[in-house]
Design a binder for this molecule. Structure first.
Ligand code: OGA
Ligand code: NI
Length: 348
């Protein structure tokens, strides 16, 4: 079993040998003089009440309109009243911090193997001159259960495995409700997206650690990208910001609203909604003082599923924008590597 020889960011910091060049972004030269950590305005996205979204009351319909408005402009919402308790979310945050605080040897027990996305390690290196992201991560496929590879599931901190299992099951309920709400917000039959997304859909959970960075002006936590998922559920750090979304070519920071789950549209949902719901480009900037953690879950349609705009959203006034795609995530990485937006590959 071959393990990558690259150091994690935590190891780079611990070695105290300064900042390796591989993390430094050169100025783009096309007029962009803003340092990466320049101040940006906050985005005005609503907190959506998931419980209300499910109700057929007038307040419920108003909530669906809010959802429609946010997903068709920003492609992201903060979800509250999602049914997962604050105490449980706090347990996930705590276990995430405890995992990354373990000695290297302990974390290496879950180390990623070469050519595998699952496991503990640094930014995936996809091409030779790639500028690396200032991030360490633990990436685990959590669903379907028969696809779990337990060798990547930490045995310490105690309770990590059980909690991740429990979180997965709780997320499945939120995901199903959210897919139904998205369909209803577009006046579709509530299973329209779920049927295409499928029973066999995969859930991948990524625990992210962004150590404090000596050069936040030139180093980035996660490069600009849109997610290749159908949707992504994110638990952003409760204290430390850094996540930014792009709209009309400008960056905005995500507000921190404790105990909400941030849900963003991914490319495959953009395709299913025929472009009405936007898969937003986003990035994470670093800071000098504080480490930041987050937990992202990518909801990925099964490899056998054909993803395409649902019929009811295609009309003469709104022609079909995307081809039918299958195994979109594979295509995603190919395009990502070329520095292109993968969803371009799906455009008609
Ligand atoms: C991602 C991502 C944001 C964050 O993992 O795709 O955008 O806040 N993460 O860590
Ligand atoms: Ni992302």
């Amino acid at each position: 079993m071959e393990k990558p020889k690259f150091k994690t960011v935590q190891e780079v910091v611990a070695a105290g040998e300064g900042l390796p060049e591989r993390y430094l972004h050169a100025p783009t030269g096309d007029g962009e003089v803003q340092p990466l950590n320049a101040a940006v305005p906050e985005m005005d996205i609503p907190a959506i009440d998931l419980n209300l979204l499910l109700s057929s009351s007038e307040d419920g319909r108003e909530e669906l309109r809010k959802l429609h408005s946010a997903l068709s402009t920003w492609g992201v919402v903060q979800v509250m009243n999602h049914g997962i308790t604050k105490a449980f979310l706090d347990k996930i945050y705590k276990l995430t911090k405890e995992f990354f605080a373990l000695p290297t040897e302990e974390k290496q027990k879950c180390a990623r193997e070469i050519d595998s996305i699952q496991g503990y390690g640094n930014d995936m290196i996809l091409w030779d001159d790639q500028v690396l992201d200032w991030i360490d991560r633990l990436y685990i496929t959590t669903y379907p259960e028969d696809q779990r590879q337990l060798n990547f599931w930490p045995e310490v901190p105690l309770g990590f495995r059980e909690t991740l299992h429990e979180y997965t099951m709780k997320q499945r309920i939120v995901i199903e409700q959210f897919f139904k709400a998205m369909a209803r917000s577009l006046e579709l039959e509530e299973n329209s997206f779920l049927d295409m997304y499928g029973e066999s859909a995969t859930l991948d959970t990524r625990f992210n650690m962004y150590p404090p960075c000596p050069s936040p002006d030139k180093v980035i936590g996660v490069k600009p990208h849109a997610d290749g998922s159908a949707i992504t559920l994110l638990l952003p750090d409760k204290d430390v910001g850094g996540l930014q979304f792009q709209k009309d070519g400008k960056w905005y920071k995500a507000p921190i609203v404790p105990d909400t789950i941030l849900i963003n549209v991914g490319d495959q949902m953009e395709i299913m909604s025929n472009g009405i719901y936007k898969s937003p480009v986003h990035r994470v900037v670093t800071n000098r003082e504080k480490e930041r953690i987050s937990v992202a879950t990518f909801c990925i349609p099964g490899a056998d599923k054909e993803i395409q705009p649902v019929n009811e959203l295609v009309s003469e006034a709104r022609p079909r924008l995307y081809k039918t795609v299958k195994k979109y995530v594979e295509l995603y990485f190919k395009y990502y590597q070329q520095g292109r937006r993968p969803i371009e590959a799906a455009l008609i």
